[in-house]
Design a protein around this ligand. Sequence first.
Ligand code: 5GP
Length: 116
Amino acid sequence: MGETIFSKIIRKEIPAHIVYETDEVLAFKDINPQAPVHVIIIPKITEIETTRDIDPKKHTKLLGALYEAANKIAKEMKVHETGFRLVLNCGPDSGQEVYHLHMHLLGGRKMNWPPG
Ligand code: 5GP
């Protein structure tokens, strides 16, 4: 379960521009950026394919680690004060392409609402 392109990035089998890494979390620049700052933040475990698979009992610490990563990266990338958007696509209607839980961190430009 859960083998995706992101598994290969975690194992360093394919290159990625890694901006943050801990035992639990990896973050790297999106290959097809939609904003001046576009970072993908993922858990290193592969068992969570989407938000739907999050078990609050089991994954609370991991979720904290993902948001900690987001805030640290936003500071590092100088968008913490100007603002940024965190996106978690879930399932077909959202446009999710990679079924390994991931958070998009987007910033560095003014964004529209509602999203497309
Ligand atoms: P999703 O549509 O599933 O929410 O987003 C997946 C994201 O992963 C997309 O923005 C896509 O550009 C990015 N992505 C897919 N494959 C790769 C890859 O091999 N390397 C990197 N750095 N990003 C990728």
